[in-house]
Design a protein around this ligand. Structure first.
Ligand code: ADP
Length: 449
């Protein structure tokens, strides 16, 4: 400011000197008048130039475009520098704020949960793609639309009417179809001044798992209750009636059958839970195929003899391709044994007296190993085939129970095969018989030890 004042004074002095010299050279009187006039004109020129520079600065400040800033020296130059610095700082902080905003929005976009921001009138301000997919709203087109106009599910309408909801509400999602249900949980939170946040979550799998768990518990309870009821009936009979030794023996025999049934059920349940909880079977331990087949054959013949007592015996055959005589299965011996033994025992149990059971082991064209269990039993109608491996699914409930079935055998087989990277294929024809085939991939067996 002082330098500006000094430069103004020097200009006045310069003007006065010019005016004075002019008067001396032109012999003009009075000289002091010319001196004053010179100083006045110099002052006027200074003010005009200063006003022009000030005008340029003001015009630039109107848009504040840093690239168009005028170049000046002196006092206005300093003002320009300061203004430029301030603008630059402001631009930087706006950029940082915008970046933060963008990062925040992309973090919410990446969230597996849906987020909808509503203003005080329940109009959509913003929503992420997940919420859009869950609720069927458009992230851009539906901005400023009232959410209640877009989502007309009565469950949602009732939920939005509650002042302070505590629990989330679960409703049908946008892609919900009868054959493929989609369930979405929506939770509302208030924030800011009357604003609301809707958080959405796909709970379809959760609900399905919960339903499966409920069914499973109900099934297990039912399966255990039946033999228990029978047993307690026998106990009551033994307690109340005065039975002779022969009758007592018969009742105790019947009770033993029920106890064995419960034992089988508990064992199968434990096997299933072991299969679910244990790591993928090792690729180091092996089981000789011939040993597995011998054990299963022994078991099959024993079971067949027990079942067909006094009736025509079943014809049981085990056949291994001679090239696979030394073959080894790679995996958990106990699980592999249980898979084959379940299929063989089913074949024996569901094939009437005099029928045939044929177990064969061969190599598939793609390098897989096939263990096929064929029988000439009653066969299974096509509509049951996709559900056979579900827990407790039975085509004929009474037949299964009579023959000591738990309804878990094929579920165990499927699980074992999945864990070994293989699969179970089932073909059957009613009245003709069935074929259950275990397919082991090439990395789960080898030709010799
Ligand atoms: P279960 O203990 O009842 O035999 P599984 O899971 O082993 O249970 O089998 C499920 C159902 O599949 C059985 O109840 C039976 O109806 C049917 N099934 C299984 N194997 C055969 C077979 N070889 N022939 C006919 N039906 C079979």
């Amino acid at each position: 400011m002082i330098s500006r004042f000094l430069s103004f004074l020097s200009l006045l002095a310069f003007g006065a000197a010019i005016g004075f010299s002019w008067a001396v050279m032109g012999d003009k009187q009075p000289q002091s008048l010319y001196l004053l006039l010179g100083a006045l004109l110099a002052g006027l020129a200074w003010m005009l130039i200063d006003a022009w520079r000030g005008y340029r600065v003001r015009s630039w400040l109107r848009h504040g475009d840093l690239a168009m800033a005028p170049q000046m020296s002196g006092w206005w130059g300093v003002v320009l520098d300061r203004a430029r610095k301030l603008l630059r700082d402001r631009e930087r902080s706006i950029d940082a704020g915008e970046q933060r905003h963008k990062d925040f929005l992309s973090a919410i976009q990446a969230s597996p949960n849906g987020v909808v921001m509503l203003d005080a009138n329940a109009q959509i301000e913003w929503c992420n793609q997940t919420a859009a997919t869950h609720l069927g709203i458009h992230p851009e087109r539906d901005v400023m639309q009232r959410v209640g106009n877009l989502l007309r599910d009565p469950v949602f309408t009732a939920y939005m009417a509650v002042e302070q909801p505590v629990e989330p509400v679960v409703m049908a999602g946008f892609r919900h179809r009868m054959e493929r249900p989609v369930r979405i949980s929506v939770q509302r939170h208030r924030y800011g001044e009357g604003k609301q946040l809707l958080l959405t979550r796909d709970v379809t799998m959760l609900e399905q798992a919960e339903a499966m768990r409920r069914d499973f518990v109900a099934n297990v309870s039912h399966e255990i209750r039946t033999p228990l009821t029978v047993m307690s009936g026998f106990v009551e009979t033994l307690q109340t009636l005065d039975l002779n030794a022969e009758e007592q023996k018969r009742y105790l025999g019947l009770m033993a059958i029920q106890a064995v049934r419960m034992q089988g059920l508990v064992e199968d349940l434990l096997t299933l839970s072991r299969l679910e909880g244990s790591p993928v079977p090792s690729s180091v331990s092996t089981l000789p195929l011939s040993r597995l087949m011998q054990a299963c054959e022994l078991e099959a013949r024993g079971l067949s003899d027990t079942i067909s007592q006094g009736t025509q015996p079943q014809n049981i055959q085990f056949e291994i391709n001679p090239l696979l005589g030394e073959a080894q299965l790679i995996g958990e011996a106990r699980e592999l044994q249980s898979a084959v033994s379940n299929l063989v025992s089913n074949a024996v149990r569901y094939t009437p007296a005099g029928g045939s059971i044929h177990v064969s082991v061969d190599q598939g064209v793609d390098g897989s190993l096939l263990v096929a269990v064929r029988d000439t039993g009653a066969g299974i109608a096509a509509e049951h085939l996709p559900r056979l491996t579900e827990r407790f699914y039975r085509v004929d409930r009474s037949r299964s129970r009579e023959s000591g079935g738990t309804g878990l055998g094929l579920a165990i087989v499927k699980h074992v095969m999945q864990r070994h990277g293989g699969s179970l294929s089932i073909t059957s024809e009613v009245g003709q018989g069935s074929c259950f085939k275990l397919i082991f991939p090439h990395n789960r067996w080898r030709l010799n030890a």
